[in-house]
Write a protein that binds this ligand. Structure first.
Ligand code: GTP
Length: 305
């Protein structure tokens, strides 16, 4: 081996920050395939989804957390417990703030919590620089430097991909020297079913976001392979999934007039699932009521939280 070659590094990073600062979009941009749910509504990321960014010099394993916030429901408490467990275990925490928004109490609350995870290196990431002026970026850099001694500070845009390479280099530099932890082909270690359920929830959120921002959950219940029509071809894959709401009154909202909304959700989700799996899919989507699922331990368990 060449003595001067940079050593391969691999490790875990988690992006934290207020809702809507761009954590999921950044994960997707670094990994290069759509894996984490993104939406303009705050607090829509609920699962710790891992994406893996493979680079010639190393592997960044990205643990996408739901964000640190003050718990109000049982779901909120579970999410915080999940965040604690996740952050206690990562090599680097990336603290995300939009470059063009003043640091507020929410940012300070999260920044203070980072002291609880002394093992992790801390990197400040200024997101959405494409929407920010030079002076806004500069001022944000100055404000961030008053919070703590960061191991690195990087402004990026997930939309224009500006500085993404710099960010992945900086993150990799902070990772331990290690052989690859995952096979190069692995983009996420989440099962297909979970990714499919997320796509369904995302499609439903796009349609019914105003009315039901936080009351939707989805599960994949069953899959069946249909006989292929020609030799060497894949048959149609039948996927049976459920979309959960919390109250009877919400069912109608998701179904829409004459079932129009549910059809649209199903069609949008099916297209994305087909793109994900690279094959034709038949999607059967049923809307079910799981009363107050966000507050009920049994229901949360059923939905995988
Ligand atoms: N212009 C611009 N918009 C961005 C960028 N990154 C994210 N966004 C937008 O910001 C919004 C929030 O992005 P998300 O990635 O869902 O934010 P998040 O921090 O994961 O949000 P939660 O899941 O609620 O915690 C979306 O509308 C994104 O399209 C960026 O680099 N530039």
């Amino acid at each position: 081996m060449n003595e001067t070659a940079p050593e391969f590094r691999a490790g875990f990073v988690s992006f934290v920050g207020r809702p809507n600062v761009g954590k999921s979009t950044l994960t997707n941009a670094l990994v290069g395939e759509k894996i984490a749910i993104t939406s303009p509504k705050p607090q829509t990321t609920r699962r710790a989804i891992r994406g893996i960014a493979h680079r010639p010099s190393g592997q960044l394993i990205i643990v996408d957390t739901p964000g640190i916030h003050r718990p109000r429901t049982l779901l909120g408490e579970r999410l915080n417990a999940l965040v604690e467990a996740t952050l206690g275990d990562v090599d680097v925490i990336g603290f995300c703030v939009p470059a063009n928004e003043k640091l507020g109490p929410g940012d300070r609350f999260i920044n203070d919590r980072l002291d609880d995870f002394p093992r992790a290196k801390k990197v400040a990431i200024l997101t959405k620089v494409d929407e920010s002026s030079k002076s806004e970026i500069f001022e944000q850099l100055t404000r961030l430097s008053t919070l703590r001694e960061w191991d690195a500070v990087v402004p990026v845009s997930s939309v224009t991909r500006e500085q993404l390479d710099v960010l992945s280099d900086e993150l990799l530099n902070l990772m331990p020297v290690s052989p690859p932890l995952y096979e190069p082909a692995t983009i996420t270690d989440e099962g297909d079913d979970e990714r499919i359920a997320e796509l369904i929830r995302e499609a439903a959120l796009r349609e019914a976001r105003e009315e039901l921002p936080h009351s939707l959950a989805a599960t994949v219940d069953d899959r069946e392979e249909r006989e292929p029509e020609g030799e060497g071809e894949l048959g149609l894959l039948e996927i049976y999934a459920s979309l959960y709401v919390e109250r009877d009154s919400q069912k109608g909202i998701v179904i829409g007039k004459g079932g129009s909304r549910l059809r649209q959700i199903g069609e949008d989700a099916r297209k994305e699932i087909e793109a994900l799996l690279g094959r034709r899919v038949y999607l059967s989507l049923r809307v079910k009521v799981l009363k107050e699922w966000q507050r009920d331990p049994k229901s949360l368990g059923k939905l995988g939280f």
